[in-house]
Design a protein around this ligand. Structure first.
Ligand SMILES: Nc1ncnc2c1ncn2[C@@H]1O[C@H](COP(=O)(O)OP(=O)(O)OP(=O)(O)O)[C@@H](O)[C@H]1O
Ligand SMILES: [Mg+2]
Length: 436
């Protein structure tokens, strides 16, 4: 396949070998491998990822799922061509699911408790200001929720009222949250105020409803939600037909969606559940003897969710988990591709597991160059990388990438190759004899 020209060559196309994860005797790589795409904002990572994915999607025996925290692959805004149309044109089923309205999270009390803990609910509405007290309150809330059967199917307002009144009437739980009688009394008052008809209830319900809805059988507009389990089952099912392109939108870009999904910790908490489900399901299926799952997982915005030092606790837990998944899922035939701005923003435990690394413009800070030096070795290659020009600074713009790993017949000795990515999808199709 060609994804563009050899950097600085004008018109010499760079031959690339882009394989799926299936057995070598059917053109696969024989195993899954992980990919990293790096470069500063505007360097063309999303565009390059689209071309790379377009090439990978041609192997319809490989399933592809995109974890889309910003919703960019869902809306395709700013992508150089429609990846979804491309996938359809080669016979793949394309499935778009948004967390805010199409997917149903597993009824997991811990998750709803955690999500609620990330809102103003405990801190402002119940005025539990100190963190240790708030953590206890979240724990008590979660405990009551866990003891409530089928809570995901109870109407949100009813459940809210039930939870707050149960907690208000549980003297021992209140004591576990606060030791001082005054604080206890204040909390009981605040909880008791959350009853239908009050202003407090309206505010509480505005927070609670959209969160509860993520677990409910239907979304706020009344449409059905599909369980993550069944969606992942469809993704991982290995059969004869073309396998799906699945895009999971974690943003709140959907009309009427709750902006709670704008928060990084909330996204991280949900992403963690989806990734853990994926990991479990992959393991299960592998154990049942389905063999290599031949599935690519694309993870955008990795600088936030697979970071070396994440900003919040939820992202920290997710990043740790991702290191585990990357290490273990390869043997099931699950390969991950991370798109992230800086090398140093990606967990070392992930970076070290990458087999293919793609470096766009802008990794020029001392730490970044040192990481590149450690990765590349060859000083001449590094010099060529450093000659990359900011795409925004020249007309017409050029989007160069330095690629390492078994991605081109020219890189078989381990030296990097230098690509200038196509800026026109028709040229990509024509050069690859893919005219449709
Ligand atoms: N190969 C390309 N062909 C055409 N236009 C491109 C290409 N690469 C980048 N661009 C242009 O540059 C802009 C920035 O590219 P892109 O969104 O891919 O950068 P990015 O590295 O993903 O940035 P961010 O880190 O902010 O997501 C795009 O909106 C597009 O206009
Ligand atoms: Mg991008």
């Amino acid at each position: 396949m060609f994804l563009g020209h050899i950097y600085r060559s004008d018109a010499v196309r760079l031959p690339m070998t882009i394989r799926h994860f299936g057995p070598a005797n059917v053109g696969g790589a024989g195993e899954a491998y992980h990919t990293g795409i790096f470069g500063m904002t505007g360097s063309g990572k999303s565009a390059f990822a689209s071309y790379l994915l377009a090439a990978q999607l041609r192997h319809t025996e490989m399933a592809v799922v995109i974890m889309d925290p910003q919703g960019q692959f869902t809306s395709e805004e700013g992508l150089p061509f429609s990846l979804q149309e491309w996938a359809e044109s080669i016979g793949r089923p394309v499935r778009l699911y948004s967390i805010s309205s199409d997917l149903r999270l597993d009824q997991e009390a811990d998750l709803l408790g955690d999500l609620l803990g990330l809102t103003r609910f405990f801190a402002d509405l119940l005025t539990i200001k100190a963190e240790p007290n708030r953590e206890s309150a979240v724990a008590e809330f979660t405990r009551i929720l866990r003891a409530t059967t089928n809570w995901s199917q109870i109407a949100a307002d009813t459940l809210l009222q039930q939870l707050t009144s149960t907690l208000a009437n549980d003297a021992q739980a209140i004591q576990r949250i606060y030791s001082s009688p005054q604080a206890q009394a204040r909390l009981v008052n605040a909880l008791s105020a959350i009853t239908p008809g009050t202003n407090e209830f309206t505010i509480a319900a505005e927070i609670f409803r959209p969160l509860h809805s993520l677990f409910a059988p239907t979304n706020p507009q009344g449409g059905n939600r599909r369980s993550i389990h069944s969606v992942l089952q469809e993704l991982l099912a290995t059969g004869d037909g073309a396998r799906p392109l699945l895009i999971i939108d974690f943003s709140s870009a959907q009309a009427g969606a709750t902006d709670i999904l704008n928060s990084t910790p909330v996204k991280a908490a949900i992403l963690r559940r989806v990734c853990s489900r994926l990991n479990l399901r992959a393991e299960e299926q592998f154990r049942q003897g389905h063999g290599n799952l031949n599935t690519l997982v694309v993870f955008d915005e990795a600088q936030r969710f697979a970071a070396e030092s994440p900003e919040d606790e939820e992202s920290e837990i997710l990043a740790n988990k991702l290191v585990d998944y990357v290490r273990t899922t390869r043997k099931y035939g699950l390969g991950w591709a991370f798109i992230t701005q800086e090398v140093s923003s990606l967990r070392r435990g992930i970076y070290s597991q990458l087999r293919v690394r793609c470096f766009g413009y802008g990794l020029t800070s001392g730490t970044e160059l040192q990481r590149l030096r450690d990765t590349i070795g060859d000083p001449a290659a590094l010099d060529l990388y450093r000659s990359f020009v900011d795409p925004a600074a020249i007309q017409p713009s050029e989007y160069p990438f330095m690629l390492t790993g078994p991605i081109s017949p020219l890189s078989f000795t381990g030296v990097p190759v230098f690509l200038s990515v196509y800026t026109d999808f028709d040229t990509f199709r024509a050069d690859n004899n893919l005219a449709t």
